[in-house]
Design a protein around this ligand. Structure first.
Ligand code: HEC
Ligand code: HEC
Length: 462
C-alpha cells in the first residue's frame, strides 16, 4: 500500500485526528481527543482501533527467531567477545555492543581500537571517534539492510551486496545461514579504526584492498588455538577447520546474535498476541498516535522498520565519513549516488529502544522523548538543535549544514506538529516495546574465551 492509499484509508476509517496539517512554523497544537477513561469498555474499543490501524500498516507480530544449532551459538558467542579478532587484540565486537548497554555503547559515537575504558567512560585514541552511533543488534533476523546506510544487504533473490564486492566469494556467501546478519561481521574486522588497527600487528600490515588476506590472517590466529579448531568443527559437522574461511566465523557470530539477542516478549508483543490489557492505557493511546501520526509509515513490518532510508532531519556531528570534502556524512547517498538520498539513513528497528540511548545515526539525541519530540516541527527543531547534550569534545563538531539537510528531508515530515501530550503518549508507547528480558543481558557474556584474552562484558548493572 502506498502512502496516499494509507492516508486515504485512515481518513475513511475516521482514525486521522488532526495531529498534523499545520506548518512547521505554526506551533498551535490541534485539539486532542477527550481525556482518557479507565473504563474497560473504552479500553477494549481503543485496543480494537489500534489493532485495525496496525493491520492497515502491515505491522505484524515478530516471529520466533530461526533455531540455531547450539555448537554454532557457542562458537559465535566466543568469537563475538574475543579480542583476538582485532589487530592489536584490544577490542571485541561486544566492546561496542555491550550487554550492559543493551548491545550499544551508551555514547553518541563509538570509540574503536586503541581506546581505553568502556561505554560512556571510554576514552578515544588519537584517531578519535568512529563516525557513527553503534546500533543495537536485536532481532537481526528481521532486518535485511544493515548499517545506517544499508551497505550490507541481501536482496530478494538472495544476492549479497557489500563493500567487499567480489572479494566476498560465492563459496563464502554459501556459508551464510542468516542473510545479511551473516555477512555483517565480515566488515568490522577489516576496518582499521574499529578493530584492525594501523600498525603493530600482522593484520594491520596488509593493505586495505586485500580483504581475503585479512580474513585469512584472522583464521590463522584462530587455527593456532586448538579449542577454536574443535569449536569450528563442532559448529560445522563434517568439515575440517582447514577448509573453512572467515565466512564460517562471521556466520557463527550471526547465529549467536540471532539466538541470544532476539526478543519478542514486550507488552506490545503481548498486545499483538491478543492481550488487550498488555499495555497501559497511555501506551495504548500512544500506539494509536504512532499509527496515526505517520510514524508507522516508516516504522512498520515485524521489526518496526521498513528497511528503507529516510532523512528525518537529524543534525550531523563528529568526524563524519569525509563527505563534502570534510566531516559530513551523506548517508544512503554514499551507496546509491542519488542526491535525493543525501542524509537518508536506514529506519531503525524500535524494540528495546528505551534501553539504547543516545539516538540517531550519530547519537545526536540523548533522551527518547526528545527524539520523538524532534518529529514535531522538525525543521525548527533542527535549526535550534542544542549541542549541550553532547559530550564536551563533540559539542563543537555539529555541522553548519542544516539548510542542506532540510532540502532533502522526507516530505512525510512536513507539517507534522504534535502536542506535548502526544509526545508523552508516544514516548510511553516506545517503552511498551521493551522486553523485560532485554534489561539484563549478563547471561550472554561467556565466562572466558578460548584466546584467554580479557572480556569486555559490561561495566556493572545499569
Ligand atoms: C568500534 C566499535 C565497534 C566494533 C568493534 C564493532 N561494531 Fe558493530 N557497529 C558499530 C557502529 C558504529 C555501527 C554502525 C556503523 C555504520 O552504520 O556505518 C555498527 C553496526 C553493526 C551492525 C549493524 C546493525 C544495524 O542495525 O544495521 C551489526 C550487526 C554489528 N555492528 C555487529 C558487530 C559485530 C558482529 C562486530 C564484530 C565482528 C562489531 N559489530 C564490531 C560499532 C562497532
Ligand atoms: C520518514 C520516515 C520516518 C518517520 C515518518 C518516522 N521515522 Fe523514526 N526514524 C526514521 C529514520 C530514518 C531514523 C534514523 C534517522 C537518523 O539517524 O538520521 C529514525 C529514528 C527513530 C528513532 C531513534 C531510534 C534509534 O535507535 O536511534 C526513534 C525513537 C523513532 N525514529 C521513532 C519515531 C516516531 C515515534 C515517529 C512518529 C512520531 C517516527 N519515528 C517517524 C524514519 C522515520
Amino acid at each position: 500500500m502506498d502512502r496516499r492509499t494509507w492516508v486515504a484509508r485512515l481518513a475513511a476509517s475516521g482514525a486521522i485526528f488532526a495531529l498534523f496539517g499545520c506548518g512547521d512554523d505554526n506551533s498551535t497544537a490541534p485539539d486532542r481527543t477527550p481525556a482518557l477513561s479507565s473504563s474497560s469498555t473504552e479500553m477494549h474499543a481503543l485496543a480494537a482501533e489500534v489493532r485495525l490501524l496496525t493491520a492497515g500498516r502491515g505491522i505484524t507480530a515478530l516471529s520466533k527467531p530461526p533455531a540455531v544449532r547450539p555448537a554454532l551459538v557457542r562458537l559465535g558467542q566466543a568469537l563475538a567477545f574475543d579480542k583476538i579478532l582485532s589487530g592489536n587484540k584490544d577490542i571485541s565486537c561486544m566492546t561496542c555492543h555491550l550487554p550492559t548497554f543493551a548491545t550499544s555503547d551508551g555514547r553518541s559515537l563509538s570509540v574503536g581500537q586503541g581506546g581505553t575504558g568502556l561505554g560512556p567512560a571510554r576514552v578515544p585514541p588519537a584517531g578519535g571517534f568512529i563516525p557513527r552511533n553503534s546500533p543495537q543488534v536485536f532481532n537481526l533476523f528481521a532486518i535485511d539492510q544493515l548499517f545506517w546506510d544499508g551497505r550490507v544487504s541481501r536482496d530478494a533473490v538472495g544476492n549479497y551486496h557489500t563493500p567487499a564486492g567480489a572479494a566476498l566469494t560465492s563459496a563464502m556467501t554459501q556459508v551464510f545461514e542468516f542473510g545479511a546478519a551473516s555477512a555483517q561481521p565480515m566488515f568490522p574486522v577489516l576496518s582499521r579504526e574499529e578493530m584492525r588497527g594501523f600498525n603493530g600487528n600482522e593484520l594491520a600490515g596488509i593493505s586495505d584492498n586485500q580483504e581475503q588476506q585479512i580474513w585469512a590472517g584472522i583464521m590463522a590466529r584462530l587455527g593456532a588455538i586448538p579449542e577454536y579448531r574443535r569449536m569450528f568443527q563442532a559448529a560445522y559437522p563434517g568439515q575440517r577447520f582447514e577448509q573453512m574461511t572467515f565466512a564460517h566465523a562471521s556466520n557463527a557470530i550471526a547465529g549467536f546474535i540471532i539466538d541470544r539477542l532476539s526478543f519478542n516478549n514486550s507488552p506490545w508483543d503481548r498486545f499483538l498476541a491478543g492481550n488487550d490489557a498488555a499495555m497501559t492505557q497511555v501506551q495504548l493511546q500512544g500506539a494509536k498516535d504512532f499509527m496515526s501520526a505517520r510514524c508507522s509509515i516508516c516504522h512498520n513490518g515485524a521489526a518496526l522498520t521498513d528497511n528503507k532510508f529516510h532523512n528525518v532531519a537529524v543534525p550531523q556531528l563528529g568526524p563524519g565519513k569525509g563527505d563534502g570534502g570534510g566531516s559530513d556524512d551523506f548517508g544512503r547517498m554514499r551507496e546509491t549516488g542519488d542526491p535525493a538520498e543525501k542524509y537518508a539513513f536506514r529506519t531503525p528497528a524500535l524494540r528495546n529502544v528505551e534501553l539504547t540511548a543516545p539516538y540517531g545515526h550519530d547519537g545526536a539525541f540523548f533522551s527518547l522523548r526528545d527524539f520523538v519530540d524532534h518529529y514535531s516541527e522538525s525543521a525548527t527543531k533542527l535549526m535550534n538543535y542544542n549541542p549541550a547534550q553532547l559530550e564536551p569534545s563533540l559539542r563543537g563538531t555539529v555541522l553548519n549544514n542544516k539548510t542542506d539537510i532540510l532540502s532533502t528531508r522526507d516530505p512525510l515530515l512536513s507539517g507534522v506538529v504534535f502536542s506535548p501530550q502526544v509526545v508523552d503518549e508516544v514516548t510511553d508507547f516506545m517503552k511498551a516495546l521493551t522486553d523485560p528480558a532485554a534489561r539484563n543481558l549478563q547471561g550472554v557474556v561467556p565466562g572466558r574465551v578460548p584466546s584467554g584474552l580479557s572480556i569486555d562484558g559490561g561495566i556493572g548493572p545499569r
